[in-house]
Design a protein around this ligand. Structure first.
Ligand code: KE4
Length: 430
């Protein structure tokens, strides 16, 4: 596979951009080799600057539920741009977008648009602190909520992949209000609540974690968490930046049937443009300026282009809920193919899947929390990733991420991936 142009571009990029990339996980650091510079994406395929074609499963880390550049999102953007790009003033589409999110996610009574998942989660925690007048909050080891200082404590995704769970630059003061519990372990939550009685504003959790690979919280754990939050006056925040509109129309909270007080969104609601959102109970959201005293703002929040792309995607989902049946069929077919391969290779690697997001771990133990996920052999994952790349399949360049199946992945794409999966494992497991 010729990757000359990508290598030259990467050498140049490293002179001007930290690590040559604008987000760490793109740098292929944990899988080895150099990142590929992408020229374009169409449907289930991406093409790099050397002309290589890949069936890809990153989907821009989640936004592309319908594959790259679906016509209805592209058309929405082309017509929106005729009116300009951004006004810094309210527009009708922002109202329609808020109404649609509220219609699709019953726990959301009010919503504020922002420009990234990080902005959504940091704003949700601030809203909870303003509402409860308490400072501390609980997160879970292995969950990633973006790069705001107080989240970079035992985080997931890139922070985990790069082995820097607690980042330099995060002050002791900031970290002091962040309490870290163990995912799917209600006793660890109870201990923190007891030790910090009356001081905890919020619990934030990925109800289906996608940043330590894919690991779902159990409904038992979440319902016990819900009860504790009710009893203690703690705001329960579901970080659905990845799972929102991914695993179901109503997100993970629909699949797991637990109602949070606040939810955060991103990725799919932007259709590939920078968008995040946080929303939930009216009494909490009305704390947000200018309705209330909790300040939160953003120059490009709700901007017309991002709203056009995001609204087109959400409206398509709302009008075609069969999207999730299609995604389930495709993802199940892929997972079954992987499982058949593992059987033939006499390997019992853990595989977790919820709808169209899944992860295969290089450990034969079940993976249901952070402690089990880090048993994965990340070096072997790196070799697997590169073998798949050589065979024209582009997976996440890190073990602690998710594979995203889109409606654009054809049976041919899936068969190609299943064959490449067998050959790649057969090659590295000799
Ligand atoms: P952004 O600030 O990157 O838009 O969103 C942060 C975020 C918050 N919450 C969850 C559950 C998330 O998954 C994310 C971001 N996801 C990672 C992928 N694992 C982004 C990829 C990257 O950092 O480049």
């Amino acid at each position: 596979m010729n990757t000359t142009k990508s290598s030259l571009l990467f050498d140049e990029a490293k002179k001007y951009i930290p690590g040559g990339v604008n987000s760490p996980v793109r740098a292929f650091k944990s899988v080895g080799g150099n990142p590929l510079f992408i020229q374009k994406g169409i449907g289930s395929k991406i093409y790099d600057v050397d002309g290589n074609e890949f069936v890809e499963y990153i989907g821009s880390w989640g936004p592309h539920l319908f594959g790259h550049n679906p016509s209805f999102i592209k058309q929405a953007l082309l017509s929106a741009i005729e009116n300009g790009t951004s006004f810094g003033a309210p527009t009708e589409l922002e109202v329609e977008m808020a109404k649609l999110i509220i219609e699709m996610v019953p726990s959301v009574e009010m919503v504020r648009m922002v420009n990234s998942g990080t902005e959504a989660t940091m704003s949700a925690v601030r809203a909870a602190r303003g509402f409860t007048k308490k400072d501390k909050f609980i997160k879970f080891e292995g969950c990633y909520h973006g790069h705001a200082d107080h989240f970079l404590i035992k985080a997931g995704s890139g922070a985990l992949t790069l082995g820097i769970p607690t980042s330099p630059g995060v002050t002791k003061g900031n970290a002091a209000d962040t309490l870290v519990a163990d995912y799917n372990d209600i006793e660890s939550v109870k201990k923190l609540v007891l030790a910090n009685k009356g001081e905890i504003a919020a619990v934030i959790i990925e109800p289906i974690a996608g940043n330590m690979g894919v690991v779902s919280a159990t409904t038992k754990f979440l319902s016990e968490l819900r009860t504790i939050c009710n009893e203690e006056g703690i705001v329960l925040i579901f970080d659905e930046v990845m799972t929102g509109f991914r695993v179901a129309k109503g997100g993970a909270q629909e699949v797991l049937n637990i109602k949070p007080d606040l939810s955060t969104f991103g990725k799919i609601i932007g259709g590939g443009l920078p968008v995040g959102a946080f929303g939930g109970k009216k009494e909490i959201m009305e704390m947000i300026a200018p309705a209330g005293p909790v300040y939160q703002a953003g120059t490009l929040s709700g901007n017309p282009l991002a709203m056009a792309a995001g609204y087109a995607g959400l409206k398509y989902i709302n009008d075609n809920p069969s999207v999730y049946t299609i995604l389930e069929e495709k993802a199940a077919y892929l997972a079954d193919g992987f499982k058949a391969n593992l059987k033939m290779l006499n390997k019992n690697y853990a595989m977790n899947r919820v709808g169209s997001m899944m992860c295969m771990f290089f450990t034969e133990q079940p993976v249901n929390d952070f402690k089990s996920t880090i048993l994965s052999d990340t070096k072997l994952y790196g070799r697997f990733f590169n073998e798949m790349l050589r065979r024209g399949v582009y997976l996440a360049p890190a073990q602690f991420e998710a594979v995203f199946v889109s409606t654009a992945h054809s049976r041919e794409d899936l068969d190609k991936t299943i064959n490449a999966h067998f050959e790649s494992l057969d090659t590295i497991l000799i």
